[in-house]
Design a protein around this ligand. Structure first.
Ligand SMILES: [Zn+2]
Length: 288
């Protein structure tokens, strides 16, 4: 591995080692407002800071997907109370990141069972108190049967991280995609938490296969989207992969690849490609 790429990766490692608590502690959440939005059927999402919280609300109670940052728990619950007075029955984590699991300790203290893939629990154990840990873990798909519909928790190949899940609210026809699909940036492939490029591509293909033409897809960050939006995102990833693979095959360094701007056509829509490009280059064997 050549110098500059190593430097980029070391910086990423240092940022991740700082941990979610540190990131949350440095941020000021006092001005954050949590806004609920109805998506379809029983499903709402809560917009605050960090990853969107997705909620199913009905006669059987509330299923909550992700919980942003610890200072926002009270505001998230207050937003849920504007939708329903029913009990919060379960929390499901889509993946380990601190902007999706930062409220876990507060939720655990309320006695609400937290559910996630075993990899999420293993990774949280390194940095989190016991109350923040999922107490129900799974290695394969599971389903909840509440509020008149099947709520399928679908396990994914290692993509954004190695503990990603989609949550498909079948009756409402809404999928919570976590951070595998985001509308605001290039894919984040968190290799330090087991993420991979090919897993991201496979998981996006699964999302396209699961969704119908009218399915509403709530990304981890960004706007509610359609299957066509996911196709556009997946096709972008495939195109960048093909271009970078060709450059790696020609022996180009990371600096040469970045200078050739294989993401140029997409930067107006998805922004700064550096972190994505670094992960793609490394996974395709560049610099080794
Ligand atoms: Zn994430």
């Amino acid at each position: 591995m050549r110098g500059p790429l190593r430097t980029i990766q070391m910086t990423a490692v240092a940022m991740l080692l700082a941990g979610p608590q540190t990131v949350a502690a440095q941020r000021d959440f006092s001005d954050v407002r949590v806004t609920p939005h109805h998506v379809a059927g029983t499903v709402y999402y809560l917009e605050g800071a960090g990853g969107h919280v997705v909620v199913s609300a009905g006669d059987d109670g509330v299923v909550m997907i992700d919980d942003q940052f610890a200072p926002l728990t009270d505001r998230l619950i207050a937003a849920i109370r504007t939708i329903t007075s029913e009990e919060i029955r379960f929390l499901v984590n889509t993946h380990v990141h601190g902007d999706h699991t930062g409220g876990n300790e507060n939720i655990g203290r309320l006695g609400i069972p937290i559910m996630a893939r075993d990899r999420v629990r293993v990774r949280l154990m390194a940095s989190s108190p016991v109350l923040a840990l999922p107490i129900v873990t799974f290695t394969d798909d599971i389903s909840l049967h509440m509020n008149g519909e099947d709520i399928d928790v679908i396990t994914l190949p290692p993509g954004h991280t190695d503990g990603d899940s989609y949550i498909y609210f079948r009756g409402s026809d809404v999928i919570a995609a976590g951070d595998v699909f985001r509308t605001v940036a290039f894919p984040v492939i968190d290799t330090n938490n087991g993420g991979t490029l090919d897993g991201t591509i496979d998981a996006l293909g699964m999302l396209i296969g699961l969704a119908g033409p009218d399915t509403r897809i709530v990304p981890g960050h960004g706007v509610v989207s359609s299957r066509e939006d996911v196709m556009e995102f997946r096709d972008m990833v495939l195109a960048v992969k093909a271009r970078v693979a060709d450059m790696v095959a020609r022996g180009m360094t990371y600096e040469q690849v970045a200078a050739a701007r294989p993401t140029a056509a997409y930067e107006a829509k998805w922004g700064d490609p550096e972190r994505f490009l670094t992960a793609v280059y490394a996974e395709l064997g560049g610099g080794s």
